[in-house]
Ligand binder design. Sequence first.
Ligand code: F6P
Ligand code: MG
Length: 449
Amino acid sequence: MSLPPPAYNNDPISFAYPTVRKRWPTILEGAIADIAAHVAQTPAAKECGDHVTGKIRALLEDFKKDAALTPFSESEVDKFAYLKVYNDQLSQKQMTWLSAPWLFSECYLYQLMEVWFKETRELKTFDVFESLKNQTFKQSSFGVLELCKRYQTLGQQLAAESVDKETLKLLFVEFADISLWGNATDLSLLAGNVTLEDIKSVQGAEVRKKNEEKILVNDIEQAWLQVVSSSSSRIDFVLDNSGFELFADLCMALFVLDAGLVKNVVLHCKEIPWFVSDTMPKDFDALLEQLQDPSFFSDIHETEADKQSIDYLVSKLKSYVSSGQISTQHHPFWTSCQEFWALPQQADLYTELKKSDLVIFKGDLNYRKLTGDLDWDTTTPFSVAIQQLASLKLPILALRTCKADVVVGLPAGVNEKLIETYKEMGNEIGEHWKALGKWAVVSFCSGQQ
Ligand code: F6P
Ligand code: MG
């Protein structure tokens, strides 16, 4: 079967177009400011900070000049073997910043920055997005408290009475919903048209309810059947963003463990700072600390009842972490430019994922990699768009709010209708309905095709 082309940075209809021209520069300017703030506190890092800042400034110029993407040097590839796949693709095709395939160039961009930091003496492990991640998590305090309360009520009920299957199913759907909408905004979108107010608004129960009709494909029932039918013992999350989204994912993890639906939950993190807000192992550790720290969430530790709800969730979480029932892993494949179809080439990771009864892929970027970020017709079945992954015997669930071009599995006519609606709302490019984070898809594939 011949594949459709990928999204390209020079396609004026694609969300790549404003991303490359406006959002990336804003992200990079933010990174420069954060390096400056860091070296102001850590004078020993000044020289290294200046060095990386110079590189970023040159890159901003390269964007303007539409310069070519250059391969990583031999010594860089020697040191960081996972960069080879980037060079392999660059050797097949000349690419420039303003015309390259979107997915490839965006992954390359974050790897490039990481190499610059790793090659310094003082900033080898510096996460340039860390303060932004923490700051934004702080601002989601009320969403966090609301979920702590919801979880406490539920946890106590689950402990006290035996709950029938139908109720468990409803709860599974609700927690999947929480995890899904936790993805509605990410920090890279803040560089564009989404405000912090938007982030706060997507966190409330009422808004989540209202958003149900915004789920354009909903295979959650099939995921539920998968979890209850296969004497399931393990769910994996291929994580997306840290902060509120990770917290929402953890609420779902706690529920499936408390309800006895599975014995273990494995969280897959990124190894390097990635697409601004993605979860690295240290972000998971930080979240545990932050939840307990009254000076971090000062506004939700005021009443005794609030404190108790937070403590209840944190103590459950910590006990699952110390028993090993919630654990984290990381692998360079998650920050490769390859489509997830290439998973079998990563024997260690593939073997690991085969131990899972359901692999949940969170967020937009993971969905783009599941579907190759290709220009599939929107009615293409999910199982076709994920190519070889559909037959690897890995049950897959994508929980994704749409923030890019590719969407599959829609009923005929839905895309056309949303393009019209979005235009009628006064937007020039109707196709951008797909990139706003206001619609979502919940897609399942059993892996048995
Ligand atoms: O367009 C928004 C964007 O920067 C996309 O490039 C990327 O796919 C996405 O954000 C990251 O979103 P998420 O955190 O949901 O993967
Ligand atoms: Mg992300």
